[in-house]
Design a protein around this ligand. Structure first.
Ligand SMILES: [Zn+2]
Length: 160
């Protein structure tokens, strides 16, 4: 079986496959949880969004970026270390607190000294890296709950 999915307000046409209905269901659900995680910017409400991938200092950042040049807010995805290539929408910080504006933050570019902000966030001690999606089972696969410990921004850059 095969399904075609329009994601990110129609900017992405994604094709997923599964031999069984359950497989296809899981593929669609995973795709939606990432590529259709947000339909509008949490800061300005704009619907012109795009995917952004950056690798400052060897760390992978997977984000949805607001194309409103006045805004340029970003929504970040975390990476599951134990499941290579798996991403989840990051709506909570390392302490499990909801990130303001539904997870959207204004990007302070790595071109300036802003990279320190990001590194400080992702180099937090493993003990503080509780699964961000815990307690939000409706929006994240349950497997995250059994996956405590590793920082989400570790070495998972093979498939992406
Ligand atoms: Zn915006």
């Amino acid at each position: 079986m095969e399904a075609q999915l329009k994601m990110l307000n129609g900017k992405i046409l994604l094709k997923v496959q599964g031999i069984t209905a359950a497989e296809l269901f899981a593929q669609i659900a995973e795709a939606q949880s990432v590529f259709d995680a947000e339909s509008k910017c949490g800061m300005c409400g704009g619907t012109d969004l795009k995917l952004s991938h950056r690798q400052p200092k060897g760390f992978d950042y997977f984000e949805i970026e607001c194309c409103n040049q006045e805004c340029r807010a970003r929504f970040q995805f975390g990476q599951l270390k134990d499941e290579k290539g798996a991403l989840f929408p990051k709506r909570r910080d390392a302490d499990g607190n909801a990130i303001g504006n539904g997870g959207w933050t204004i990007y302070r570019g790595e071109g300036r000294d802003g990279s320190n902000d990001h590194n400080a966030q992702y180099n937090a001690p493993p003990a503080r890296q509780a699964p961000p999606a815990q307690g939000r089972p409706a929006q994240a696969p349950a497997r995250q709950a059994s996956n405590p410990g590793p920082p989400p921004f570790a070495e998972d850059r093979d498939r992406w």
